[in-house]
Design a protein around this ligand. Structure first.
Ligand code: RRO
Length: 291
């Protein structure tokens, strides 16, 4: 049995969290992931207006990862209906907006039901919502402050598509963030030589999965050195050893997304390996690469 723990201010069942975007649009799939052993779940990102997202193809599975350009599809305020059946469960609501006022407004709709917020300031391919927000330290700080008003833990998810991720991490910390989540997807593009056109409808998108794991480990390492709040590692984690490596880089918890597509039971499988009676305790290993 697992003892209750807190991860960056959020009561969780363990340190493994479902990443935003995967199976996060409906209560039944979030519940299924929790039943399997996830410590907490993050929803699909919800924004100020309903969106259908980009024209397809919007997901392409590659040899070593997944490329997507979903285009922030979400039901906006209606999402509250999906959350209505959760009562004290470890559900973290991912939100996005085009400015601090929108972040504040969207968070307000869910402030009662959410255990915490994850601010998505990092979508790599959505005009007005991604790079423009998450690459500017002042804007990241202001968005974080605007959501902190609701008195819930706030995690800020960063983009790797910047020269210095630590400047953005420090801005989130100054804004009052309880944790930094690193990383969202890496801007990427593939072209079908046969069809002579980009494989994604939106031309380019975000790469996730095993291919980005080394980038994620490097970002977590840099953020751990530069910041004083917990870092949650995300990007290409697909086995127990990856979780340990992320923690050695400095991650206090780990989010898993793409690997769920390959193995819908991944949380149960990793938990069995990590939390076995003779398994390693996370408190023994966080940040050990920094000594
Ligand atoms: O919906 C998306 O296209 C998307 C989002 Br919001 C995000 O944060 N990261 C990503 O790779 N895709």
């Amino acid at each position: 049995s697992q003892e209750p723990v807190k991860l960056a201010g959020v009561p969780v069942r363990n340190h493994l969290v479902l990443a935003a975007g995967v199976l996060g649009t409906c209560a039944s799939s979030l519940r299924r992931i929790l039943r399997q052993g996830a410590g907490a779940v993050v929803t699909k990102s919800i924004g100020p207006e309903p969106r259908y997202g980009h024209a397809g193809p919007c997901v392409v599975v590659l040899e070593d990862g997944i490329m997507n350009a979903m285009g922030l599809p979400n039901p906006s305020r209606e999402f509250i209906q999906e959350l209505s059946s959760f009562d004290g469960d470890p559900v973290i609501v991912s939100i996005f907006g085009g400015n601090p006022e929108e972040f504040h407004e969207v968070a307000g709709w869910f402030a009662e039901k959410a255990q915490a917020f994850e601010l998505n300031v990092s979508c790599p391919h959505a005009a007005g919502f991604g790079a423009q927000i998450g690459t500017n330290p002042d804007v990241v700080k202001a968005c974080t402050e605007a959501v902190k008003v609701w008195k819930k833990p706030v995690w800020v998810k960063l983009t790797p598509n910047v020269t210095d991720i630590t400047a953005i991490g420090r801005a989130a910390e100054e804004g009052g963030a309880d944790a930094i989540v690193a990383i969202n997807t890496v801007r990427a593009m593939r072209i079908s030589t046969g069809l002579k056109r980009p494989v994604l409808g939106n031309k380019y998108g975000g790469l996730s999965g095993k291919a980005v794991f080394p980038i994620a480990v490097r970002c977590v390492y840099e953020l751990y050195e530069a910041c004083s709040i917990p870092i949650i590692g995300c990007g290409g984690v697909s086995c127990a050893e990856d979780v340990i490596e992320m923690m050695m880089a400095g991650a206090e918890g780990v989010e898993i997304g793409s690997a769920v597509v390959q193995d819908p039971e991944i949380f149960r499988h990793i938990c069995e390996e990590l939390y076995a009676p003779d398994g390693i305790s996370s408190s023994e290993i966080v940040g050990c690469a920094h000594e």
